[in-house]
Design a protein around this ligand. Structure first.
Ligand SMILES: Nc1ncnc2c1ncn2[C@@H]1O[C@H](COP(=O)(O)OP(=O)(O)O)[C@@H](O)[C@H]1O
Ligand SMILES: [Mg+2]
Length: 285
């Protein structure tokens, strides 16, 4: 998997504030769903804004496919057709009168011809399952619908990397499941998805890789490995995911052989219980 978007040695501080990020290295690998975790104020939102070009690192570089990003109009347009950020609060993103108008804003701004804009808006509304809301005024939508509209606006840019800042925050359980199904469909169609979340169980279930943002930097690895690092979880103000705790118990009880992947969700635990236990590995000689 190639590294698509890379920050090297990135430092950033707001105005006269202290450094939020200091010499940070961070990679987004194409095709790998990535969960970004860390305590409040650890810099997740700042990092996402650096990756999407909304902020510029004071030191260090941002590269896309090895090419340094230039922060002029042309460079930023190029970055925005590759990386799209969906901010946490949809009300910070939505401003047009209707859903379809809001979603068309990005493609129109790229100067695309009308038929192409229409295609993209239709496709994005369908992907987010909000086609029926196209003509609805955004201020009359529910929070979940506004959230979907904001995501559709980013999807209409057909980015290779879609970055979402705490996308499940504020959604009810059904809304969360529907959003995860939508993100899975986007992943299946080739979009690399990055999300910030505080939900370690969600990260374990959903992500290929997890990055824990701590004062010592970003620690990234396969989700089941990174989310089992008790020391880093502690630094990041997080607890052990439910599935990792269950996996440890299953190993200790001999119900799962070492190296066999453990359950990442209650459904996977139930499936394990129904499957015949793995035969014990015969000792050699
Ligand atoms: N617009 C801003 N102006 C000044 N300080 C900010 C701003 N946004 C965030 N910060 C500060 O930067 C630090 C990191 O914030 P943030 O990136 O939002 O972290 P997180 O998303 O992990 O909660 C915090 O100390 C926060 O107070
Ligand atoms: Mg944040």
């Amino acid at each position: 998997m190639s590294e698509l978007v890379v920050l090297r040695g990135a430092s950033f501080a707001y105005e006269d504030g202290p450094a939020v990020l200091d010499g940070l290295d961070f990679e987004v690998r194409e095709g790998r769903a990535l969960a970004l975790l860390g305590r409040n104020g650890s810099g997740k939102t700042t990092l996402m804004r650096l990756l999407s070009g909304g902020l510029r690192p004071h030191t260090g570089t941002l590269t896309v496919e090895g090419q340094p990003v230039t922060y002029d109009r042309k460079g930023l347009t190029r970055l925005r057709t590759t990386v799209q950020l969906v901010v946490q609060d949809p009300d910070d993103q939505l401003f047009a009168a209707s859903v379809a108008q809001d979603v068309s804003f990005g493609p129109l701004n790229l100067g695309l011809p009308d038929p192409e804009v229409r295609d993209r808006v239709e496709e994005a509304l369908a992907a987010l399952d909000i086609t029926a809301l196209a003509d609805r005024p955004t201020h009359l939508l529910s929070y979940g619908q506004r959230k979907r509209t904001a995501i559709a606006g980013a999807v209409a840019m057909r980015p290779r990397v879609l970055i979402l800042d705490e996308p499940t925050a504020g959604l009810d359980p059904d809304g969360q499941e529907r959003l995860l199904a939508t993100l899975d469909a986007l992943r299946a169609s080739g979009t690399t998805v990055v999300m910030a979340t505080h939900d370690v169980d969600l990260a374990l279930r959903w992500a290929d890789d997890a990055a824990l943002l701590t004062p010592s930097g970003a620690h990234t690895g396969p989700a089941a490995t990174a989310l089992a690092r008790t020391d880093l979880l502690h630094q990041a103000g997080l607890r052990l995911p439910w599935g990792i705790a269950a996996t440890r118990l299953l190993h200790a009880q001999g119900l799962l052989t070492e190296g066999e992947p453990g359950p990442r969700s209650p459904d996977e635990l139930a499936a394990l219980a129904k499957a015949p236990a793995s035969p014990p590995v015969p000792a050699d000689g």
